[in-house]
Design a protein around this ligand. Structure first.
Ligand SMILES: Nc1ncnc2c1ncn2[C@@H]1O[C@H](COP(=O)(O)OS(=O)(=O)O)[C@@H](OP(=O)(O)O)[C@H]1O
Ligand SMILES: Nc1ncnc2c1ncn2[C@@H]1O[C@H](COP(=O)(O)OP(=O)(O)O)[C@@H](O)[C@H]1O
Length: 203
């Protein structure tokens, strides 16, 4: 599908490993996936806050925000969501290369699209976090009143209502925000990062 020809990959003089050594930690992507209102942004931002307090560089890429800029020409058809996630995957890879822990909050409803991002990255760099909050709870929250609009038929193709959400088959972490408070989710993720050596380069 690439239209670019006659191009050659240029290696940078300073490597990813050197940037990670400078930062003092590894730089995975923490890929949050789940329904609208499941808690992706809230948890991602709380983890970013916690990492900041631990003096760890991180950055949150948020679905709504990316659609204001880089992805403003994309809608919510299956093809546009696929392209959305492909671009976010490529951007995430750059952040990983820069040595920054990257937290992404996108519905990313298709397993194949998430797997494509996983394949783009090195082993262990993609941590899939399934925010498995039941649809009924997301709809009850209806933070942006979008579920109400979707039920009225004012939005077509809304995830969970009349567009599919494919649950991850083998996520590294699963969180149900209807069963655990935000603080517990943050601790669960911090524990995972610590136990798997992401925050300690000597591990
Ligand atoms: N049709 C439809 N389906 C789902 N969501 C919709 C739709 N239209 C607008 N929105 C709003 O867009 C946010 C989801 O954008 P994403 O980029 O994360 O979606 S996707 O990964 O490409 O599926 C989503 O934000 P979150 O609530 O943060 O998930 C909604 O606010
Ligand atoms: N335990 C919890 N963890 C995370 N969010 C929660 C929790 N309980 C309630 N919420 C609320 O659920 C909403 C989730 O919205 P948001 O983070 O924007 O979801 P998403 O990014 O998945 O669309 C927020 O209003 C948040 O305050």
């Amino acid at each position: 599908m690439s239209k670019s020809t006659n191009i050659t990959w240029q290696n940078t003089q300073v490597s990813k490993q050197q940037r990670q050594t400078l930062a003092g930690h590894r730089s995975p992507v923490l890929w949050f996936t789940g329904l609208s209102g499941s808690g992706k942004s809230t948890i991602a931002n709380a983890v970013a806050q916690r990492l900041y307090e631990e003096q760890v560089n991180s950055y949150v890429l948020d679905g709504d925000n990316m659609r204001f800029g880089l992805n403003s020409n994309l809608g919510f058809s299956a093809a546009d969501r696929q392209e959305n996630i492909r671009r976010v995957g490529e951007v995430s890879k750059l952040f990983v290369d820069a040595g920054v822990i990257t937290l992404t909050a996108f519905i990313s409803p298709y397993q194949a699209d998430r797997d494509q991002v996983r394949d783009l990255l090195a082993a262990g760099e993609f941590v899939e976090i399934f925010v498995d909050t039941p649809l009924a709870v997301c709809e009850e929250r209806d933070v942006k009143q979008l579920y109400a609009k979707a039920r009225r038929g004012d939005i077509k193709g809304f995830t969970g209502i009349d567009a599919p959400y494919e649950a991850p088959t083998q996520p590294e972490i699963t969180i149900d925000t209807s069963k655990q408070p935000l603080s517990e989710s943050v601790e669960q993720i911090m524990r995972y990062l610590t136990n798997h050596g992401y925050l300690d380069l000597s591990a």
